[in-house]
Design a protein around this ligand. Sequence first.
Ligand code: ZN
Ligand code: ZN
Length: 360
Amino acid sequence: MQIVRHSEQTLRTALISKNPTLVSQYKKLDAGEQRLMNEALQPASDLFGPIILHSQSDWITSHPEPAQDFEEFFSDPYRRTPSPEKCSIYIQCIGSLGNTRIISEEYIKWLKGYCEAFFYGLKVKLLEPIPVSATRCSFRVNDNTQNLQIHAGHILKFLKKRKPEDAFCVVGITMIDLYPRDSWNFVFGQASLTDGVGIFSFARYGNDFYSSHYKGKVKTLQKKSSSDYSIFDNYYTPEVTSVLLLRSCKTLTHEIGHIFGVRHCQWLACLMQGSNHLEEADRRPLNLCPICLRKLQCAIGFKIVERYKALVKWIDDESADTPGVTPKHSREDNVNLPKPVEAFKEWREWIIKCLAVVQK
Ligand SMILES: [Zn+2]
Ligand SMILES: [Zn+2]
């Protein structure tokens, strides 16, 4: 195990910068917001700890990349920022997320609600869910894992064409595994930052993907033609659990974070840390460190207190994302799906502590 610990001075420069304009911008933040962000500089802070590496296969060791501090983020000429005309995050669900229509619909609403709280101040809109066939993407059965996979690049092209006028970005989500090209085994997701589109799969986040009993294995692919998508009808989806929801929320917010121009974090334990494998992704927290939080706040312009409160509310609100709106389910309306949030409880306690610091 190796601890990546930066000096107080390094973290101060990463967070506040030495650029006089950015220093004065920092000083204009609410006193409470500065108090919270300054926690990054406390070596013994129980809110923001250092990055801990467990093995050589962890991201930082295996993918050396330059660290991005606040000033670099701020002055990045290629960074996309939401504007009043393009301020909506669109989510496009591809294929079913659960084994019934109701579960699938609820799941996507939970994700929408989470993103709305996380990217507080932006609108998150759902595009009408579509079957895989609508994207006309290539697909295959993976030779090693025997599961169905769809071509990530083809999905990106499809999403780019369908991007609504007011979209800051469109993110596709699916429970079907992805591959980027024939020679690759799989990919968790792929995005085009310049186009503001991304596609992310949660297929490998179920509790059974890596088990020998995994039910998504297909014996052989007897494709009549490349346009025969019938194999996707009733294709296996993992059981919806609190852990699956947490992993999905984490991936979605990390990846949308990249679309805002936030690069992998190398400062403190943070959602924006890169991850090379599922175990490392699970270790990564749900929260942003103060440096990445300042980047996101600069791009969106929320009040930190309001954002934290919205996140707590999402965890506490166990039903649908929008109170007062009851979904109309004519035939399957006996289903009452509570949002599985047990896995978020520890994080809830953490947010409450942050709120106490901001509001002191
Ligand atoms: Zn990443
Ligand atoms: Zn960070």
